[in-house]
Design a protein around this ligand. Structure first.
Ligand code: SF4
Length: 267
């Protein structure tokens, strides 16, 4: 079996939801404008580091969704997202805080790691480069609201960054967050992951895979007023047996796990 951060995180969030997605093959229909825009924006960033016209690349990539029926959040529109994206690219170039040497090798890096029992773990890392001169693993994020950066040290608890540190063996990690709001903003957040955290993540991966292999898929919604994880869960329709909700949000593909590692490219 091939595992990824997305799969482990999905299981830890709710084992039942993991079963729906990775064993039964239920996937969310991809109509979220923010998610699709994020992928287009990453292509534009690649163009930037290859010395190409990144605004033109964003136009071209996002142009493919010009007339698609998408879910826009917080009053966003196709045009507004494009303009904010171009502003963010211009600001990123002006800031000039990130360097990627040899972009063909150091962008969208595929890493694999052997696990016990013939399993494998796969990660796609956005970039390895320098942020303010510090050599680190870099993850791009596009979002509508700022990432919380307080209290100090919060970022070192980010499980995805811990996973990337575990995969690369590199302690220094960073998030570059492109915030699409009225006044576009870029957060450059850097932290260090300790050897102890990497060892702990190794144990979490091991115990999670053991539970998956033992077919432990109990519902674990984590409902706690006022937060209800089920409300934002794409599999809510399946748990409620609500056909309308299923048809609105889900498609089913055969062999749920065969290409599951591709999710890693989406996150
Ligand atoms: S609706 Fe709730 S219990 Fe059902 S899969 Fe989603 S998070 Fe789990």
């Amino acid at each position: 079996m091939v595992y990824s951060y997305t799969q482990i995180a999905h299981y830890l969030r709710c084992p039942r939801s993991y079963r729906y997605r990775y064993l039964d093959g239920w996937r969310e229909k991809e109509a979220r404008a923010g998610l699709l825009f994020g992928r287009c924006f990453e292509k534009a960033l690649e163009a930037y580091f290859h010395g190409e016209d990144c605004a033109a690349a964003l136009h071209q990539e996002w142009g493919a969704f010009r007339y698609a029926s998408l879910d826009f959040k917080q009053g966003k529109t196709w045009d507004r997202m494009l303009h904010q994206g171009v502003h963010l690219l211009e600001k990123f170039a002006r800031d000039n805080r990130v360097e990627i040497a040899k972009p063909r090798q150091n962008l969208q890096i595929k890493l694999t790691r052997e696990l016990p029992n013939g399993n494998e773990f796969i990660s796609f890392i956005d970039a390895i480069g320098r942020l303010d001169g510090i050599h680190c693993v870099i993850d791009w994020k596009t979002t509508c609201s700022r990432y919380p950066d307080e209290p100090e040290g919060l970022l070192a608890l980010d499980p995805q960054l811990i996973c990337y540190s575990w995969m690369t063996g590199m302690a220094e990690v960073a998030l570059v967050v492109f915030v699409q709001k009225h006044q576009p903003e870029i957060q450059y957040l850097r932290t260090s992951i300790s050897a102890e955290q990497r060892a702990e993540f190794d144990r979490v991966v091991g115990t999670t895979i053991a539970q998956i292999e033992a077919a432990q898929f109990s519902a674990h919604s984590g409902i706690r007023f006022p937060q209800n994880g089920c409300v934002s869960c794409p599999h809510l329709g399946l748990c409620l047996g609500d056909r309308k909700l299923i048809e609105a949000n889900q498609i089913r593909s055969a062999g749920g796990n065969d290409l599951a590692w591709l999710d890693e490219l989406v996150d």
